[in-house]
Design a protein around this ligand. Structure first.
Ligand code: GSH
Length: 347
């Protein structure tokens, strides 16, 4: 029996919406996207309300609002066969999950930072974001909504840790990630080889905004990473790709064959994201509402984020669950990248 299309709501300016729509297209899972920033009126609202929201049948058959792209990708693996996204090899699948988390939780800082820091980016976001509501608005209503969105989003820069002190770290990190991805794409079609993993969709989602919408990071990408610009456009619709088992990065000898570009990307994860994950977990364990750490030698202060403690717990759980040989491979891959600190003792 054919399954009914999955129903979801989201908007084009939401990187996680883009991540999931591209994933559904690649997996050839039929879907219906309601382009809405406020959910589907007749259906339950997710708490907290996040985009995208999926409306999936619960145990009693009634539709439930479900959010969070990372576990949803895994759920869809069990509910829809074929065109698997997490790599078959457990060591490579772990690397994939780590990179996906980095894209979702770190690269999004660059996205949010650029959009709401520079005048040209703010102006474009204000002018266009309101039009993504896909309902007709006259000029006055559009203007009013645009101001409302900006007034709401600009103060939220502090939640992602963007401020004049951290600005150079965020921007240098973005450029470095672009350069490493560009390097990788010289010899591979995707992060995970010649077929996409979950990390590919994570990076794709954030990059739809950074490389294709916001003018300041877009200019950086055009100047330094033309392959990345092409890759983002292609990854939007991979429904025609015919992946084979042999398209993954060679998993058996992963530690030796892992491309230098991917290793360098993991070292970037180790320097940019790992200190934050650990400081966040420490601060939460100590009952603090603010975390403080150093990232690339710069002081980093931001509000604690309970969700990222969950991300760390998931990574630690998945690492602990790896079969011993795969864990040894992961250890070899991550040695010296800074990512190995994720699995040490926590406070
Ligand atoms: N971890 C979630 C994050 C989703 C998320 O943060 N979505 C943003 C939009 S891109 C959102 O809805 N933010 C709350 C808001 O704008 O009110 C996922 O992977 O789906």
């Amino acid at each position: 029996m054919t399954k009914p299309p999955l129903l979801l709501s989201g908007v084009p300016g939401s990187p996680y919406t883009r991540k999931m729509v591209a994933l559904l297209r690649y997996r050839r899972i039929a879907y219906r996207l309601v382009q809405s920033g406020t959910g589907v009126p007749s259906l339950p609202m997710a708490k907290p309300h996040l985009l995208p929201t999926f409306y999936l049948p619960g145990p009693d058959g009634a539709l439930q609002a479900v959010t969070d792209s990372t576990p949803l990708i895994r759920r869809f693996e069990t509910e829809h066969a074929g065109r698997q996204v997490p790599p078959a090899d457990p060591a490579l699948a772990f690397v994939d999950a780590l990179l996906e988390d980095f894209a979702d939780e770190w690269l999004t800082k660059a996205m949010f930072h650029y959009r709401w820091t520079y005048a040209a980016d703010i102006q474009k976001a204000k002018d266009v974001l309101a039009s993504w509501l896909s309902q007709p608005l006259d000029d006055a209503a559009l203007q009013q909504y645009a101001e409302k969105v900006a007034d709401r989003q600009i103060p939220r820069l502090r939640y992602v840790g963007s401020n004049p002190t951290t600005q150079p770290v965020i921007e240098a990190g973005y450029l470095r990630v672009l350069t490493l991805l560009e390097d990788h794409l010289r010899t591979h079609r995707f992060l995970m080889g010649h077929r996409p993993g979950a990390s590919d969709f994570g990076f794709y989602g954030q990059l739809t905004q950074l490389v294709q919408f916001d003018p300041t990071p877009m200019a950086v990408a055009v100047a330094h990473a033309p392959r990345v610009c092409g890759w983002v456009a292609v990854t939007e619709d991979l429904s025609g790709l015919e992946p084979t088992d042999g398209n993954w990065l060679a998993a058996d000898t992963l530690s030796d064959s892992l491309p230098d570009s991917l290793r360098a990307l993991l070292a970037e994860v180790g320097q940019l994201y790992v200190p934050l994950l650990l400081a966040n977990a420490r601060a939460l364990a100590a009952g603090q509402t603010e975390l403080q750490t150093h990232i690339k030698g710069t002081i980093w202060v931001q509000q604690t984020f309970a969700y990222q403690a969950k991300c760390l717990a998931w990574l630690r759980r998945d690492y602990a669950a790896l079969p011993a040989p795969a864990r040894a491979t992961v250890d070899r891959i991550l040695a010296g990248t800074g990512c190995e600190a994720l699995f040490g003792d926590l406070p």
